[in-house]
Structure formats: structure tokens, C-alpha cells
Design a protein around this ligand. Structure first.
Ligand code: PLP
Length: 436
């Protein structure tokens, strides 16, 4: 097997995600042979800093020794067993530990494999809750402008990203969109907090009219990832929680990208001191190792389904629900959070990266440089429609894996990134900025 031909064989045999395959005629996919820490190595031995954590999943580095050891240990005990009628220690322990960590009393964990499938669970559960309470007319969902919740039909229906959504519109059930609290939309002289309040007023107006037919509001707390790392003030979450309570509408917090410390707190909802009715987690949940997602909910929701009648139960399943290997990876990830005081050390790292990126944040081509926890983003003033691709290519030459969203460049590095690697990231990015 000649590794040289991997990219060509891949293009012939693998339909790559989120990709116009024809573009691979010019730029073949990069064959990665190994990973260690923040570094990914291609088959020729070139290293790249995974500055976006392989689509926001990796927290503690590639081939992390602790997570590897946990998975190997589990592999020799039990790799998987169906979770209907059966259970196992990793899934029980993970559920108990997540419930302790998560805000409020979210004591019931329902598992799936991908983020989008967690969203499907939350939407269906919310609707079914109201149905079990004889309110079948509460079957609509509200999302935020610029929200992203995944690509399956239910999740896409509550997503507001035109490039993913428009083509499939005929397949999607309509949902409502309320204005984003993203402070880039604030008026001149309006603070992020004031703008968050104004956006919350719009939410209230909407629910005033439509609460009777609305099951839930779904949102990405604090950072709207896929639409370019839009950031907003926690005040919005506080107000959204109050408004949802006042109008008897569920709040679904999609922390698939921002959970597990990304925003500087364990969960973004913690920063507003709120508890959602449904908390969706994935990506970093398994340390980025294996597909695993979970929807956590409270006793009130749970008991609406608890009955002698099967039809009142939540009859939803995914084959690999609660996979033992994935749960062990997640448990090892939680262990690292605890033993290495990750939330605290991340603050020190974030301060350092903020300091050394000063030449970027003050760069004449850069606007709206922003940071939330371990996420950084900025816009680059350019009219080049191929900016993102060119930046990606130029980044690789600086040993950086950066994949801008349009003209938004962002960093979302694994938490184990060290000072030297942060310096490479900041210097390399500045170099690319100056070269384009
Ligand atoms: C990635 C993401 C999803 C979808 O997760 P998949 O695992 O790709 O299905 C949903 N919501 C948010 C906020 C995400 O970032």
C-alpha cells in the first residue's frame, strides 16, 4: 500500500464531509498518519498545530496517554452492549458524574452518537413532553438568527445558516428565528449587554404572540460557532431563561461546541447561572476521541414520560447509544479536568494568548477581534472570495491547521497547548495575515 496515493484513493473512494469534491482536483486532502498533543503529522512527517481541535472536539491532545489507557482497558473488558434492557458501569458512572457537573438538577442522561442526533432527541422530547401534558399544539421551535444545530433534517430546521439550509428547505419543517444577541449587531454606542437586552425583548415579543404553539427555544449559549464565532453577553441567557419560564416554553441549550470549558466555565450556562430544560453535549465530551453525545434533562421532563403506557415513553434509539468505549473516553476526559485544574490553567493560557496576539488584534486588516474562554476569532477585511482557502493553504506552510469560516479566522486549540505552541500560532497567523 503506497501512502503516496492516499489522497487520490481517498478522493475516489471517500465522499468527504462539507466538501465540493471537485475542488480536490486542485487541492488534495492531506493524509494524516499520526497525532501527538496539539500536533498532527502527515505521511511525510510534516507537523501541523491542530489550532481548531479537529472541528472543535479535541481537548487534551491527540493520542493522549490517559485517554488511550482508559480506552485500552475498556477494550479488554467490554467494547459495546445494547443499552435497551442492559447497562454497564461506564455509562452509569458517566451519567452520575455529568449530573454532578452540569448546572441545576439535570439528572437524566439520554445518549446518542453525534451532536445532531442529540438535537433530534431534545426536540422530540420537548414536543412529546407537551403532548403528554395534553398540549399537542406546542409543536414549534424558535432558534436564534445565525444559530447552528447540525445537519440532520430536524436539527437543520432549527439552524439559520443559509449555505447549509436553503437547498433542503423543501424538506424542512418551518421554525421561527429571533434576532441574534451577537454584539457585532449592536448599534454604535450600545454595549454588548444593552444589545443582549434588546435582543431578549425581541424574543419576548415573539413568545408573547406564539407561546401557545411553541415547544422550545433552542440556542447556542454565548458563542454561535458555525456562523463565525459570534459572541454575546450572558445577560441574554439569563433573560431568555426568565422569558421561557414566563411563557411555558422549554429552553434547549446546545453546548455541543461550547461545553467542557470552551467558554471559560465548565458549561456556558454556568456563566449566566441558568439551568436549561435540556442540555446537549458532544464534541469535547469524549475528549474528541469517539462519537458520543448526550441530552441531559430534569425530573419534571422525565416524569412526564414515566407511565404504564408504552406510548407515553420516549421510544427513540440509536444503535450505539451509551457505547462503553466512548463512555470510558469521556470518564478519562472528566478525570483530566479534575486532576489538572483545567478551567483555572486555561485562564492563564488565555491571558497569554491574548497578550501575544496583540499584533493581530491591532492589525489594520483585522476587525472585531474577540475572545471567550478558549475561543478566539476575528474578521479579515478582504474581497477575495477564495480567502478562506488561501488562508488555510498559507497556514499549513506555517505549520498551522486553521480553517477560516468565510473571512472569520478563529482559534480553538486543544487545552494542552503550551506557550511555545501558542507563540507559533500567533506568529504564524500574523505572517499569513501579512502575506495575503
Ligand atoms: C457541531 C455542532 C452540532 C452538530 O454536531 P455533529 O456531531 O456534527 O452532528 C450541533 N450544534 C453545535 C452548536 C455544533 O457546534
Amino acid at each position: 500500500m503506497n501512502k503516496k496515493f492516499l489522497p487520490t484513493r481517498s478522493v475516489n473512494a471517500v465522499w468527504h464531509p462539507c466538501t465540493q469534491m471537485k475542488q480536490h482536483e486542485n487541492i488534495p486532502p492531506i493524509p494524516i498518519a499520526s497525532g501527538h498533543g496539539v500536533w498532527l503529522y502527515d505521511v511525510d512527517g510534516n507537523g501541523y498545530i491542530d489550532a481548531i481541535s479537529s472541528w472543535w472536539t479535541n481537548l487534551f491532545g491527540h493520542t493522549n496517554p490517559q485517554i488511550n489507557a482508559a480506552i485500552c482497558d475498556q477494550l479488554n473488558k467490554l467494547e459495546h452492549v445494547m443499552l435497551a434492557g442492559f447497562t454497564h458501569e461506564p455509562v452509569v458512572e458517566l451519567s452520575e458524574r455529568l449530573s454532578k457537573l452540569a448546572p441545576g438538577a439535570l439528572g437524566h442522561c439520554s445518549y446518542a452518537s453525534d451532536g445532531a442526533s442529540a438535537i433530534e432527541i431534545a426536540l422530540k422530547m420537548s414536543f412529546h413532553y407537551w403532548l403528554n401534558h395534553n398540549q399537542p399544539e406546542k409543536n414549534n421551535f424558535v432558534c436564534l438568527q445565525n444559530d447552528y444545530h447540525g445537519e440532520t433534517l430536524g436539527a437543520l430546521a432549527v439552524t439559520d445558516v443559509a449555505i447549509f439550509k436553503e437547498i433542503y428547505a423543501p424538506l424542512l419543517r418551518p421554525s421561527s428565528t429571533v434576532p441574534t444577541p451577537d454584539w457585532r449587531y449592536a448599534s454604535v454606542g450600545e454595549s454588548p449587554r444593552e444589545y443582549a437586552q434588546r435582543a431578549a425583548n425581541e424574543l419576548e415579543k415573539h413568545l408573547q404572540k406564539h407561546h401557545a404553539e411553541t415547544a422550545a427555544l433552542i440556542l447556542e449559549p454565548l458563542v454561535q460557532g458555525a456562523m463565525g464565532m459570534g459572541m454575546y453577553h450572558p445577560e441574554y441567557l439569563k433573560l431568555a431563561r426568565q422569558i421561557c419560564d414566563n411563557y411555558q416554553v422549554h429552553l434547549i441549550a446546545d453546548e455541543i461546541a461550547v461545553g467542557f470549558g470552551r467558554t471559560g466555565a465548565m458549561f456556558a450556562c454556568d456563566q449566566a447561572n441558568i439551568t436549561p430544560d435540556f442540555l446537549c453535549l458532544s464534541k469535547g465530551l469524549s475528549g474528541g476521541y469517539l462519537p458520543l453525545s448526550v441530552v441531559m434533562t430534569n425530573d419534571t421532563i422525565y416524569h412526564a414520560f414515566y407511565d404504564d403506557k408504552t406510548s407515553r415513553a420516549f421510544l427513540h434509539s440509536h444503535t450505539h447509544t451509551g457505547n462503553a468505549l466512548a463512555c470510558r473516553a469521556a470518564l478519562a476526559t472528566l478525570d483530566i479536568f479534575k486532576h489538572d485544574h483545567i478551567i483555572e490553567t486555561n485562564k492563564i493560557k488565555a491571558d497569554y494568548l491574548n497578550q501575544i496576539t496583540l499584533p493581530i488584534s491591532t492589525h489594520p486588516k483585522v476587525t472585531d477581534f474577540r475572545n471567550c474562554g478558549m475561543i478566539w476569532a476575528f474578521e479579515v477585511e478582504t474581497k477575495d472570495p477564495a480567502f478562506s482557502e488561501k488562508f488555510f493553504q498559507a497556514g499549513l506552510k506555517q505549520k498551522l491547521l486553521l480553517r477560516p469560516l468565510g473571512n472569520t479566522v478563529y482559534f480553538m486549540p486543544p487545552y494542552i497547548i503550551n506557550e511555545q505552541e501558542m507563540k507559533l500560532l500567533a506568529d504564524g497567523t500574523l505572517h499569513v495575515l501579512n502575506s495575503l
